[in-house]
Design a protein around this ligand. Structure first.
Ligand code: GLY
Length: 310
């Protein structure tokens, strides 16, 4: 079977001036992840590589470019899940890590735990030699300005989350040639969040989930809403009941909207290679590397295509 990789750069009302860079960023990340799959890497390797690319790109709210908490500090969350074994690793509230997704993978592979938080996660990073950066290096001028503008935390219900104020999360899902699936999600969380607030992204079954028996999902959107409906698992439970990945995503996002007035987006891939990128916000930048082609979009219903090898 052929491998598939899908990425997103966050579901929110992306302003026009950030549109082209967001689309370029997800396309570059999808190409990077696809090249890992092409050279024989696993789905797990591919989602980590794709998310690292998104974390390194300051246009996105993850790693470099992350949103700031109420004290003006970066606190990062990330998860990675291996659909072969249901193994997962996550970190929350980490401060000076450029690529939290790789630290999450280290938690999965080098500890007997699933999630490390705050100081403990940072200490673990040091102990295994994960690259650390001064936290200031992760802060962009754009985020500093937005933080100044919106000093007050706004509860991100549907109308509020789906604004140019939001700025949300990156993620990737993949299926490799062996039919193994994986997901990864990484975020700075919600701008002006309380110190110590953890959203959906690092929580298994909420910000992401992967199981070879059904598929892999990465979520984006209002974290408290995603947590309430366990969005990633909800999507896969619809898949398990026979829905296509596109219908499963739509039903789950609609449920989140109706039940808790939350907006967001998902990317999904099934072991068969079926995939979807769906959102209930104004926009979500996404890209999918499928059968030598790169699909991408940012507006509802938009599906553009170019050759992957360009
Ligand atoms: N979806 C990311 C967050 O709410 O933290």
């Amino acid at each position: 079977m052929s491998a598939v990789l899908v990425v997103h750069g966050g579901a929110w009302a992306i302003p026009d001036e950030m549109g082209p860079a967001s689309v370029d960023g997800v396309k570059a990340a999808a190409r990077h992840g696809a090249s890992v799959l092409k050279s024989g890497g696993s789905a797990l390797d591919a989602v980590e590589a794709a998310v690292r690319s998104l974390e390194d790109n300051p246009i996105f709210n993850a790693g470099h470019g992350a949103t700031l908490n109420v004290d003006g500090e970066v606190e990062l969350d990330a998860i990675i899940v291996d659909g072969r074994t249901l193994a997962s690793g996550a970190v929350s509230c980490v401060t000076n890590i450029a690529n939290p997704v790789s630290l999450a993978r280290a938690v999965m592979e080098k500890t007997s735990h699933i999630m490390l938080t705050g100081k403990g996660a940072n200490q673990f990073a040091e102990s295994i030699g994960i690259n650390t950066v001064p936290t200031d290096k992760l802060v962009t001028e754009y985020e500093k300005k937005e933080w100044e503008k919106h000093k007050k935390y706004i509860a991100g219900v549907m109308q509020e989350f789906n604004t140019k104020w939001a700025h949300d999360t990156v993620g990737a899902v993949a299926v490799d040639c062996a039919g193994n699936v994986a997901c990864a999600t990484s975020t700075g969380g919600i701008r002006n969040k309380m110190v110590g607030r953890v959203g959906d992204s690092p929580v298994i079954g909420c910000g992401g989930y992967a199981d070879n028996s059904s598929g892999a999902v990465s979520c984006t959107g209002h974290g408290e809403s995603i947590l309430k409906v366990t969005l990633a698992r909800l999507v896969l439970s619809h898949v398990e009941q026979g829905k296509s990945v596109a219908d499963a995503s739509q039903l789950s996002l609609q449920y989140m909207s109706d039940r808790v007035q939350g907006a967001g987006g998902t990317i999904v891939v099934a072991p068969s290679g079926q995939w979807a990128a769906t959102f209930t916000t104004e926009r979500m930048a996404w890209a999918a590397a499928v059968d030598g082609e790169l699909w991408f979009g940012i507006n509802p219903e938009e599906r553009l295509k170019e050759k992957l090898s360009q």
